[in-house]
Design a protein around this ligand. Sequence first.
Ligand code: C2E
Ligand code: MG
Ligand code: MG
Length: 639
Amino acid sequence: MSVSYRNGLRAALLYLLLSMAWLQLSGYLLSSFFDGSIDRALWQQTSCYAWAVVSAVLIFFARARLLRVLGADRWLRHQQKDRERLRQAAAVFDCTREGVLVSDTQGQIVHVNRAFMEITGYQREEVLGRQPSMFKSGHHSVDFYQAMFGALRQSGEWSGEIWNRRKSGEIYPQWQTIRAIRDEQGELTHYVAVFSDISAIKDSEHELAHLAHHDPLTDLPNRLLLTDRAEQALASAQIHKRGCAMLMIDLDHFKMVNDSLGHNVGDQLLKAFAQRLRDMFGPGVTLARLGGDEFAVLAESCPQLVQAAALAQRILDGLKEPFQLDGHQVLINASIGISLFPSDARSASQLLRNADAALFKAKSAGRNGYALYTEELTAHAQQRVETAFELRRALDRQELRVYYQPVHDLATSRLVGVEALVRWQHPHRGLVPPAEFIPIAERTGMIAEIDAWVMGEACRQMCQWQAEGVVLSFIAVNVSTRLFARSELYQQVAQVLHDTGLDPAYLELEVTESALMDDPEVALEQMHRLRELGIRLAIDDFGTGYSSLLRLKRLPVQKLKIDQGFVAGLPWDEDDAAISRVIVALAQSMGMQVHAEGIEQMEQARFLLDQGCDLGQGYWFGRPMPASLLDWDNAPQIL
Ligand code: C2E
Ligand code: MG
Ligand code: MG
């Protein structure tokens, strides 16, 4: 039904209701007035009712038509829609989570919503009539506000991040949109600002940035942030003609702490060390954890090497006090590499690289000390690159050789086995020992190929000796630490045995103690698989690693090789004598053979024999040599 009809109907019904009420009352009065002539009164009343109804109908049509004619129907409809829209807008205005502020052209606040009060902490009456400048944080410059009003004047709109102040005084970030409102004539009437509180977003942004640039365990800057800071420090040092120093620190034998006391204590140690570093250094020094047990210290003002060395010494001295961790007293040393700007490096990455090279030098020099970067280290690095390049060609050009060193039974002096040792017959450098190229081969990944080749050659040679009637109990081959954990090793050994046809019982693999302790679980599994092939296993350089006796007991190993470092001082050095004695006793108690290497004198062989050591190897028996030069018949006798 149209609005005008509804309006007419409403007017007609109102009229009818009032008329009926009046007639009811007048009927009562009439009946008492025309006393005795009720009929006449009734007639009078009925006609009045009829007239009232007719009038109501007339009123309905008149009003409806009239409103229609005047166009009031549309007007009324509009008005109703507007009221509806206003009601909706008011609901949105009040329910929205964004704060809304309306100000007039004078900048006086005329309206705010509920979210505004929640965000700012102000009540409506505290802000109405006042200027929005009351919320200023002082965070932005005059230029900022000028740009904002400029945009409002030009395009009628501005949006951006703005820092304002709550009633509590707290400064917080808002994302705000301000729009100029104009009337139908285009005259500016109001400004509406809609804003949301983005402090939570800012906080998580901040947290993410922190996570990306810090080490979660110690909360120290990570490598990314350190490099960034080093770049800034170098730029500033260049301008102010200052020097900077980068110290790279590595905790000595940290793995031992992890292995013996557990990772939890290891983590605590790293945290405690980071705290100790923090306590040692103030502003102007950036500390960082680069990963594992590697830390770095960047001193932004360190004019000379003497100061850098003093910093390193301070760190070493700071470690003299043991750490108290979970009821354990842990004492740990560190090795430190130092590189300086501008004398050693011109860029942040070079500074880090050189400090790393110096750290390597400090570790090789026996740890618990510091080393300075020198030009020589670059020369070394250069040589390493060249060697790697040449080594690749050496394999193709068949420049590698296998030498064999005899192993004798100490009790009978009989030659019972040989150890295969690789050599590089370099066209210019002559015979290169493995210590000069094995580490490079390990780093470049060529070691797998080299070890496989040596193993193949050794097995072929053993088969040939057997065919010639030479009786040997074993041929020993070294396996690189890098290869030991890899699953390919098993396939490689199986393949070589298959290709050469050597009885697996004659092949002995030497694995260093550190390879076993790097990841003992993987090592154990690998050893069991290798044992299934029927070969023998020996632990090389025993005594130099940090074997846990418990783990050692579980390993399916047939032999311990006493490192030559303990043989060198025999029989006079008391420590070496005691250690050798213990290793022999240990091996015997676990049912393993003991094999001493590096025997250069008869007295050493005598002492070892007296202790119950089974086998001996060393220059006194014979140097490593080509297969053709081995002397099967003459063995030196222990007197
Ligand atoms: P290693 O397995 O402990 O081998 C024993 C080393 O001691 C050999 O050095 C040997 O020449 C040396 N040696 C033997 N007797 C004496 C002695 O009486 N006095 C002294 N001063 N030294 C003695 P080499 O051949 O230079 O090998 C060094 C290391 O290189 C080996 O130590 C082994 O770890 C590694 N290596 C050698 N050949 C291979 C190989 O084919 N593959 C792998 N992965 N490593 C190898
Ligand atoms: Mg060996
Ligand atoms: Mg050895």
